[in-house]
Design a protein. Sequence first.
Length: 358
Amino acid sequence: MAGIEDYIRTDPMDTEVVIQKDRLACFCRSVYASAGMPEGDADLVALLQAETDVRGVHSHGTRALPGYVSRLESGHSNANPNIVVKQEGPSYAILDGDGGLGHLVSHKAMEIAIEKAARTGIAIVTVVNSRHFGAGANYAMMALTHDMIGFCVSSSSPGVAPYGGVDPLLGNNPVAYAIPALKEFPIVLDMACGVSAWGRVGTMQMYGRRLKDDWVLDESGNPTDDPSLAHALLPFGGVKSSGVTIVMDVLASVLPFGLSTVHREGETYHGQRLASQMFYAINISNFVKLETFKTEIDRMIGTIRNSRKKEGVDRIYLPGEVEWLKKEAWDLNGIPLHKDHVAGLTAAGKRFGVAAEW
């Protein structure tokens, strides 16, 4: 059973390079700006990606930069989007991302949800004409500093087989919740509806690791531990999570955009072109005294953590706790990144005349 040292390494492996978060963000900012993004937008995307890496979610952090800048070059994504509010009311809004990176419109959407929830108690913002938005936790966690609960869910390219099926028909919708606590780390649940994100499958392949047999199916519909043979992800929890995946797609795809993942076919939607998302914020104090809420969250966390453990388990972790611990350690000591990850960043920087000074 994994201990904390298995999750948080301060000494890099032979296959890794340690990079300080600020230096990583500065490099990414320069690459995005050189690819045509306005400085403010480049800064925001770079910071969100570096923050994702420092929390250990490398599949959705800066490793995505080479792909993002290629899409900016090809016109798949808009380097200078004009994000507009299409429609709004006291507790809702609809945003058009104008084909820009999903990070930009998602950040704005959660800002609006928080602002409206402060007045009405709860607010929902949907997004259309977006792109891949990275790690959902980035946006859900924006609510924490306002003593609110944050939630987001995004559409996804088809990648998950429905329960009993073989083909990647359903979206691997990313879902994130953030719940404030008093003295404990906030509870942050950031997950895909499949057993894993596809990016994590790619990370496992990069590290030369095998998958668990309940992660993916090959083209014949058989479980495989070889990431190179992955044809479809499995739902994270059998028939129940297959149902959750379908419901999340309704919130992320049908509600904002009017089209489910199973019908997003062809080049029009390839690579999360025309992605859609939903965000909401709940102002806790509209429903219960804030101190009562946060105190009970702390008490709940303590009760769970201190409950009886199975043999070989050294600690029970709450959702997001490992990521908070990584952030504490890696903000101080630097982020261990795989050499292939770093090589991809370096190559992308070279294309735009940005030197990688790690």
